[in-house]
Design a protein around this ligand. Structure first.
Ligand code: SF4
Ligand code: SF4
Length: 185
């Protein structure tokens, strides 16, 4: 019921009833006026995600990717520098030796990741891991659509980080330190 000052309420119960009904209608109309102003007249600052999306900033950093070679194997040499520099301790890299054939036909042993896990739930997307990588195989992408209600699913194994396509312009700039804001890649 809307508010009617006690001194203005009629002593007649029927009149008092209509006073309260009228007051309620006035209150509802005031509320709808505020709602209508915000819904149709006020400048919108949000979009109906996921139907609509805003352009991402060039500084956007999200899920990591690990580059692969022509055979689909990760270029990572399991040096562990990304793990050591990570301020959030969210990278785990273990090493194994694998035998590869060089373009000259020689066989040689190289280091490759045995286990490579990034816990995206702990990551603060500082990009240090990508900057320190000596073979430039680790990059942060603009793929931000991996939210989950289960924090354990945010631990991404190597298979979930491998991406065969070459670096996008955005990813290349991210390594060099993009300064511009706004726009798409
Ligand atoms: S972006 Fe920063 S916090 Fe995230 S994994 Fe890399 S070094 Fe760690
Ligand atoms: S710094 Fe690069 S090469 Fe070294 S373990 Fe990390 S991703 Fe692999």
């Amino acid at each position: 019921m809307g508010h009617v000052p006690r001194t203005q309420v009629s002593s007649n119960p029927i009149i008092a009833f209509f006073q309260y009904v009228w007051s309620s209608l006035i209150t509802a109309a005031k509320g709808l006026r505020v709602t209508g102003y915000n819904a149709w007249l006020r400048e919108r600052v949000t979009v109906a995600y996921p139907k609509q999306e805003l352009d991402l900033s060039l500084r956007t950093r999200a899920k990591h990717r690990v580059l692969v070679d022509d055979t689909g194997d990760p270029i990572c040499i399991a040096c562990g520098q990304c793990q050591r520099i990570c301020p959030d301790h969210c990278i785990l890299v273990t090493r194994k030796k694998v035998t590869v054939t060089t373009p000259e036909g020689e066989e040689k042993q190289v280091n490759r990741p045995d286990e490579f896990v990034i816990d995206l739930a702990r990551c603060m997307y500082c990009n240090l891991c990508a900057e320190v990588c000596p073979v430039d195989c680790l990059h942060l992408t603009r793929d931000f659509k991996y939210s989950s209600g289960d924090v354990h699913t945010m631990r991404i194994e190597l298979e979930g980080l491998l991406r065969p396509e070459p670096l996008s312009e955005y990813e290349a700039n991210q390594t060099d330190g993009a300064d511009d804001e706004g726009g798409e890649e």
